[in-house]
Design a protein around this ligand. Structure first.
Ligand SMILES: *[C@@H]1O[C@H](CO)[C@@H](O)[C@H](O)[C@H]1NC(C)=O
Ligand SMILES: *[C@@H]1O[C@H](CO)[C@@H](O)[C@H](O)[C@H]1NC(C)=O
Ligand SMILES: *[C@@H]1O[C@H](CO)[C@@H](O)[C@H](O)[C@H]1NC(C)=O
Ligand SMILES: *[C@@H]1O[C@H](CO)[C@@H](O)[C@H](O)[C@H]1NC(C)=O
Length: 262
């Protein structure tokens, strides 16, 4: 599958958001303002790890996220984590009982809903722009891949002379893994046509269980063509940046939920 194929084969949907519908795990919203509504009147399950991606339509924007309403239980008191996207992800806030609103500046945002218990109901989160700091379209795809989506993802070198910023999330059924012998695994390999050590071209692999953790930046000469393998009970986030002034890179990402047979 190449990057063009993502739009056709990814289980997520890209759409201009309309307010009244509920949002499903893995959806990407392309808009400056909108609403995420998830299990508002329904009990959520324990161990949910549900991701929503937002790409702003108008560029680099100052945006306020507001948790309009929620039924989170005490053991899921701050279950809605909001990251701003700005050359990778930056934690904005954990929203819930203690905090209901946060302002961030970015090209987009990633929202993760992570639950410990099954004793609460979902939420409605809305976002709207305060100010467009830098208008313009920034090339890049925001997509969530599930373990039911066909692996691998092939990323072709794209020599347009433009910079490109891709945000990819990989999940194991939008759930935390609790089975003792099971892990979610990801491999990533990057081919640098003409490697330099600037690290402005490459893949940055993160895992998330309780918080975002950098696993590896694959961007140096010594990383060329090496297959790196990662393992988590949560999800993976891969940020790919391509500097328009450097030779573009290509790469392959594979993922699967893996049970060890003892
Ligand atoms: C988003 O903003 C536009 C223009 O300001 C407005 O017409 C629209 O109702 C807003 N949508 C939402 C979901 O807030
Ligand atoms: C869920 O439990 C973990 C510890 O097991 C805790 O660190 C975290 O804050 C809890 N999450 C929420 C959303 O309350
Ligand atoms: C290549 O880059 C252009 C502009 O940077 C972008 O619009 C296009 O989607 C990219 N294509 C692929 C296959 O990555
Ligand atoms: C995907 O992950 C879920 C939850 O971790 C698991 O139950 C399911 O068997 C996995 N599916 C595949 C095809 O690996």
């Amino acid at each position: 599958m190449n990057i063009k194929g993502i739009l056709l084969t990814c289980f997520c949907t890209f759409f201009h958001f309309s307010t009244s519908e509920s949002t499903s795990c893995g959806q990407t919203i392309i808009a400056d303002n909108g609403t995420i509504t998830y299990k508002l009147a329904d009990n959520y399950d324990a161990g949910e790890l549900c991701v929503f991606m937002i790409k702003f339509e108008s560029g680099y924007i100052d945006t306020t996220f507001n948790l309009d309403t929620h039924g989170l239980s005490n053991s899921d008191s701050d279950a809605v984590t909001v990251f701003g996207s700005f050359f990778g992800l930056t934690l904005a806030a954990n929203l819930g009982h203690n905090q209901q609103s946060v302002t961030l500046t970015g090209f987009g945002a990633v929202v993760i809903f992570r639950t410990n218990s099954s004793s609460g109901t979902g939420f409605q989160l809305s976002f709207k722009p305060n100010r467009i700091r830098f208008p313009g379209i920034y090339d890049g795809t925001y997509a969530v891949f599930d373990n039911n989506t066909l692996s691998p993802l092939n990323i072709p070198a794209n020599d347009t002379g433009e910079s490109l910023y891709n945000y990819f999330v990989f999940t194991s059924g939008s759930r935390l893994i609790s089975e003792p012998d099971t892990f979610f695994r990801l491999t990533a390999k990057v081919n640098f046509e003409n490697p330099d050590n600037k690290c402005s071209n490459g893949f940055h692999v993160y895992s998330f269980v309780d918080e975002l953790q950098l696993e590896k930046s694959i961007c140096e000469r010594v990383d060329d063509g090496v297959v790196f393998e990662f393992s988590t009970r949560g999800l993976f986030f891969v940020y790919q940046d391509q500097d328009g002034f450097l030779p573009p890179v290509s790469g392959v990402i594979t993922w699967e939920t893996d049970t060890l047979i003892s």
